[in-house]
Design a protein around this ligand. Structure first.
Ligand code: FES
Ligand code: FES
Length: 161
């Protein structure tokens, strides 16, 4: 067995640390070592986007990132969206638009869409579709997801001072 590596990082704004094998993915570390099971495994080869998280301000597929690469990084997962019992506008909009069925893809869509709205608060429909093109959904047909992101963008705009 390979010796383990002590990784110190920050997850959703809180200091975090874990002991992982050098071969373990960030996805495995989040789910199996940090008990953050909101991030989902779909393909485990970089194609579906279910495992999307933020890492130092960029969205990454965590199945393709090694856990040891999280050393010193800022990681954002779907668990960081809600504020206590207050859902993020994207989470509310996904529920209101029935933009999920089985839910496996949903955390990845939420994390990716949040990053988009932080960078581009008023994206066009074409821009939303392009941004989310790396996130696959087998259930919804995508339109409800796009409507949800548009609704969240509108509500976030109205909430800005
Ligand atoms: S599980 Fe990582 S891209 Fe599919
Ligand atoms: S809701 Fe099932 S894959 Fe998207």
């Amino acid at each position: 067995m390979q010796s383990k590596v002590h990784v110190r990082t920050a997850i959703n704004g809180e200091p975090a640390e874990f002991l992982c094998e050098p071969r373990q993915s960030l996805l495995e570390c989040l789910r199996d070592l940090c008990n953050l099971t909101g991030t989902k495994e779909g393909c485990n080869d970089g194609n579906c986007g279910a495992c999307t998280v933020e890492m130092d301000g960029r969205i990454v597929t965590s199945c393709l990132v090694l856990g040891v690469e999280a050393e010193g990084a800022q990681i954002g997962t779907v668990e960081g969206l809600a504020r206590g019992t207050e859902l993020h506008p994207l989470q509310k909009a996904f529920l209101e638009n029935a933009a999920l069925q089985c839910g496996i893809c949903t955390p990845g869509f939420l994390v990716a869409a949040k990053a988009l709205l932080e960078q581009e608060p008023e994206p066009s429909e074409a821009r939303i579709r392009l941004w989310l093109a790396n996130n696959l959904c087998r259930c919804t047909g995508y339109d409800k997801i796009i409507r949800a992101v548009q609704q969240a963008a509108r509500e976030m705009k109205e909430a800005r001072p």
